[in-house]
Design a protein around this ligand. Structure first.
Ligand code: NAP
Length: 359
């Protein structure tokens, strides 16, 4: 079965996906899935389409030349236009040569746009959607799921929380049958890295600078350090687990910048450590309490396994007790892997649906 992909935004994550699709071609075939990239749109590159599939050599040459349109213009059958405004992108998304829209543009935590419009139009046009973009999922997950259900397509967003480390799929597959009553996690690698460096003796400023040099932190690291990135992830998790419909006001949020360097170092001497923890808990009456705040965790706490930029999440379950997953929380290829795993999931479901219909 062939899935024709439109890549919306062609930055680190979708370029990582392009590489993974090539290196994992045989792996995908094991699941009966072939993929073809028929559209790419990006602010710098413009819009590139080829209903028969864009040449991988031309795409690779474009990436190597810093997203140049020139190698793609030389590819027979490929059209390249400079348009990448919202109207052009929505038209592209609705094209009949697209089966799956992979949304990986920037995250707007206030409005979710333009990614929200990209996802909405794709689902309304009966295209499957995979996104790594927290904005539309945190702000409009229920609306998007209901459009997807109405149109018989799938919305997948594994990469929005802990990149490729399986977290959302964990609760929708392997933990089925357990009741998850709460979770708490270290869901932002940058703030965790900074806390670790300060604990080891650096000042806040030099730890942040190092995170920027290593590519972990943005030029403006506020979303990581003040907790708003984790706040979106807590909303996504709680809404996926319990259909909670949480909005940002429901998740009080405090980052790590209010901690002092001396209290971060003192915790280490006592065997524990400060961590920025995002958590949510559902009581038996259905009430959900969620928060993002720095917590001093005692020695032996399972979340202390997450050091540096590593993330971890612990689920409280009725049957298994505490189940903790640790792994990378960011990275272009790690996040692209989440898209690959979502593609396999969609491919398997579409194949199963077609088999059922034929029976
Ligand atoms: N990288 C990670 O580790 C990671 C992990 C989890 C989730 N995510 C999420 O995944 C998404 C993509 O991340 P990334 O690292 O690939 O970001 P990125 O490298 O900044 O790539 C985003 C790309 O989208 C383009 N773009 C922005 N607005 C667009 C629009 N309206 N139409 C078409 N293209 C547009 C950008 O162009 P310009 O550069 O010209 O603006 C850029 O090339 C983000 O939402 C991010 O939060 C990333």
């Amino acid at each position: 079965m062939e899935l024709r992909l439109a890549l919306i935004g062609f930055g680190g994550v979708n370029q990582g996906l392009f590489e993974l699709l090539l290196s994992k071609k045989d792996e995908l075939r094991k699941y009966g899935i072939d993929t073809k990239i028929t559209a790419v749109t990006d602010l710098r590159l413009g819009t590139v389409t080829n209903p028969s599939g864009i040449s991988t050599d031309a795409l690779r040459a474009s990436i190597q030349a810093g997203l140049s349109a020139i190698p793609l213009q030389a590819d027979p059958g490929t059209s390249v236009t400079p348009d990448s405004d919202l109207d052009a992108t929505l038209k592209l998304i609705a094209s009949d040569f697209v089966d799956v829209v992979v949304e990986a543009t920037f995250t707007d935590p206030q409005t979710g746009e333009p990614a929200l419009s990209h996802c909405r139009t794709a689902l309304e046009s009966s295209k499957h959607v995979i996104t790594t973009n927290k904005g539309p999922i945190a702000l409009a997950q229920q609306e998007l799921v209901s459009i997807a259900n109405r149109n018989g397509v799938f919305l997948k967003y594994e990469g929005t929380v802990m990149s490729g480390t399986p977290v959302l799929r964990q609760i929708s597959t392997t933990l089925r049958g357990c009741e998850v009553t709460g979770f708490s996690g270290i869901l932002n690698g940058t703030s965790n890295f900074v806390l670790g460096e300060v604990a080891a003796g650096k000042t806040f400023d030099s730890a942040i600078q190092e995170a920027q040099v290593l590519g972990y932190a943005e030029a403006n690291p506020a979303a990581d350090l003040e907790g708003s990135d984790v706040q979106l992830k807590v909303m996504i998790m709680a809404n996926a687990l319990w259909g909670a419909g949480l909005c940002r006001d429901d998740v009080p949020c405090r980052g790590i910048t209010g901690l002092t360097e001396s209290e971060i170092r003192r915790a280490i001497t006592e065997g524990g450590a400060w961590r920025l923890v995002g958590s949510a808990r559902r009581s038996s009456d259905g009430t959900i309490v969620a928060s993002v705040e720095p917590k001093e965790l005692p020695a032996g706490h399972p979340l202390l396994a997450a050091t540096g930029v590593t993330n971890a999440i612990s689920f409280d379950t009725d049957v298994l007790g505490l189940v903790t997953v640790t792994g990378p929380g960011a990275g272009r290829v790690e996040t692209a892997f989440a898209i690959l795993s979502d593609l396999i999931d969609i491919g398997e479901k579409v194949i199963a649906g077609a088999t059922e219909a034929a029976a």
